[in-house]
Design a protein around this ligand. Structure first.
Ligand code: ADP
Length: 355
């Protein structure tokens, strides 16, 4: 006769697509009760995993109905799950940054796909929604957010005090508190930080900054799957990571590696953003050309059971204004790409509302 232990054991086959941990370990399934021929249980998903709900329900039913003496599975949905940090099983000791509510990491498998553009415009769009927003440019290989935000000539000040008491004061622009590796690196100089040194610099950028109170800190990660990503993921609790890709099938392999890294590190994945989805010519905005092919974002999202959070078109003002130091969501709020960024920001805000 099937017992609660049997049911719990079988339920371990149902996995989170992001971390690949099972639903019992993650405490997403609770209160399993077995009264032959019925199993009743509670499904308590954190909001970042809501997109997986239908699949998880189906798989939970599947594994339980495989028992010969079970023919009814009742799933109660708990709409007030515990926070992710309470749910997460023990990994490396993560240290919150005082005053910061949610950290969103923007990453990509390779450079040049528009990761920094997405991070900058997401931060601007969150700020436009009235949310207190910070942007940490941790892209040591190409820290270009200061130029995209028009502050490359500025140098952040430090607070009074000495040694470890001192804090870096972020530059404020477009309502965003910005700190960038670019403020530390001389233009044109190669970056040769690795391992422990990189780790210590990243920790300073997280913890020795006067961030004050922020609803969201958006982190522009370096491309790829190297030391910086690992250092960051193992230092602060990241509320969710976004993986940026382009529509070409050839970029998928790099993006897949990025996704696999976050899964291994146990970082929750929010979803995929496809950049450069279509080209919108300025003289004929009703036309849309798929110059980089199509489908990449959708394929990646589907493979990983994640939402495709946004598709950002290629627009000329996006490049021009970015070169001038004004993100498109500030300079042209009604362009298609700005609207897509606003929708992305609203989607992210809604995932973390009341948390
Ligand atoms: P990454 O951070 O992935 O290296 P960037 O954000 O620096 O990429 O973008 C690379 C270049 O592509 C920049 O010149 C940027 O202005 C341009 N770019 C990015 N996204 C778009 C887009 N949707 N439309 C037009 N140009 C874009």
């Amino acid at each position: 006769m099937t017992t609660i232990e049997d049911a719990n054991f079988a339920l371990k086959k149902v996995l989170d697509a992001g971390s690949q941990k099972n639903v019992i370990e993650l405490a997403w399934i609770k209160n399993v009760r077995v009264t032959i021929p019925r199993v009743i249980l509670t499904l308590s998903l954190p909001s970042f995993a809501n997109s997986q709900r239908d699949r998880i329900v189906q798989e939970v039913r599947g594994v339980l109905l495989d028992f010969e003496d079970i023919d009814d599975v009742q799933i109660e949905i708990d709409n007030n799950p515990q926070t992710e940090s309470q749910n997460q099983s023990k990994g490396p000791e993560l240290q919150k940054i005082d005053g910061i509510r949610h950290i969103i990491a923007v990453s990509s498998g390779k450079g040049g796909v528009g990761k920094s553009t997405i991070a900058v415009n997401l931060a601007c769009s969150l700020a436009k929604l009235g949310l207190k927003t910070g942007l940490l440019d941790a892209d040591i290989y190409g820290p270009n957010t200061p130029s995209m935000m028009g502050v490359s000539e500025q140098n952040p000040k430090v607070t009074e005090g000495s040694g470890s008491d001192q804090r870096l004061i972020p530059i404020n622009k477009y309502g965003i508190s910005l700190v960038s590796m670019g403020f530390l690196i001389e233009e044109g100089q190669p970056v040769i930080w690795r391992g422990p040194m990189l780790n210590s610099i990243i920790r300073q950028f997280l913890y020795q900054v006067e961030w004050n109170n922020l609803d969201f800190l958006v982190i522009d990660l370096p491309p790829g799957t190297g030391d910086a990503q690992i250092s960051l993921s193992q230092s602060v609790p990241i509320a969710g990571a976004i993986v940026v890709t382009t529509p070409q099938q050839v970029s998928l392999q790099d993006a897949r590696r990025g996704l696999a890294m976050f899964k291994q590190l146990g970082v929750p994945l929010l979803g995929i953003v496809e950049n450069m989805s279509v080209f919108i010519p300025p003289d004929m905005p009703s036309k849309k050309y798929e110059i980089f092919g199509k489908g990449g974002g959708q394929i990646l999202a589907k493979e990983n059971d994640l939402p495709l959070l946004a598709q950002i078109p290629i627009e000329i003002p996006l490049v021009d204004e970015s070169n001038r130091g004004v993100p498109i969501s500030i300079s042209h709020p009604n362009k298609d790409s700005s609207i897509a960024f606003t929708n992305l920001a609203q989607l992210i805000q809604s995932q973390f509302v009341n948390r």
